[in-house]
Write a protein that binds this ligand. Structure first.
Ligand code: HEC
Length: 225
């Protein structure tokens, strides 16, 4: 075989072998992620997470694909309660989406980086990453905000929950971050809890269907054998 053809044939193998170290570096595997341990079927936890998000995160981070009306419906919160306890900042109607109180330009000016919209964050980074990020702020004098982050070194986000974290037990704080992560996972794909539930019924239905199908098959093949 011609040398050139041989090289061409082996090219995909080289790329394949190269891909491993490259993806390893790109995803920054150096920090071990914690297990978020969230449960999107737990509506109580999702409700707590929703309150936490609008009260502590929406100041800077919009979630412009998440409508309050959908939260009310999915998480079974009366619309009136959503209007009084959840709707914040630029939003005023139940059909509005979660808006931030600062604009992207303001954010860029103050923090150097515009706080990103977080609707799809949990899908983009993964639940464990989000949880580890929230649990991963630590004091660092060299940082302009006084804090740094284990999974996102030199992060521009000020650690807005510092005093809250200091004032409560590690366990309680971890639970709050788990609820918040849970809400962010739901927000990134609101149909997910329903899909998981219906999936179980469908698998059950298929299993039951197996019995008449097998009996029918036996009946049909009886005369052929
Ligand atoms: C005072 C403004 C402010 C508040 C409040 C705030 N953040 Fe941030 N956040 C930022 C900024 C600015 C960044 C961009 C950091 C960077 O890229 O270095 C950021 C980045 C993030 C990121 C990383 C996004 C990425 O690049 O993948 C996550 C996740 C996040 N914030 C979650 C939250 C959550 C959850 C809350 C509520 C507890 C919150 N933030 C509250 C300003 C804020």
């Amino acid at each position: 075989m011609n040398k050139l053809i041989l090289m061409k044939r082996l090219m995909p193998v080289f790329f394949f072998l190269l891909a491993f170290p490259i993806t390893g570096i790109a995803s920054g595997t150096s920090v071990e992620l914690m297990n978020a341990g969230n449960d999107i079927q737990d509506k109580e936890s999702l409700r707590r997470g929703a309150h936490f998000y609008v009260n502590h995160c929406a100041v800077c981070h919009s979630a412009r694909f998440m409508r309050y009306e959908r939260i009310a419906h999915d998480l079974e919160i009366p619309e009136q309660e959503v209007m009084t306890n959840l709707v914040r900042f630029g939003a005023s109607k139940i059909t509005d989406t979660i808006t931030a109180s600062i604009t992207a330009e303001m954010g860029k000016k103050i923090y150097g980086v515009a706080p990103p919209d977080l609707t799809l964050e949990a899908n983009y980074r993964g639940a464990d990453w989000v949880y580890t990020y929230l649990m991963g702020f630590y004091k660092d004098e060299k940082s302009p905000t006084g804090y740094n982050n284990r999974v996102m070194p030199n992060v521009a986000m000020p650690w807005v929950l510092a005093s809250r974290q200091d004032s409560m037990s590690e366990e309680d704080f971890a639970q709050e971050m788990r609820d918040l992560t849970n809400f962010m996972v739901y927000m990134a794909e609101p149909i997910k809890p329903f899909r998981e539930r219906i999936g179980k019924y469908i698998l059950g239905f298929l299993l039951i269907l197996l019995i008449p199908t097998w009996l029918l098959k036996r009946e049909y093949w009886k005369d052929i054998h």
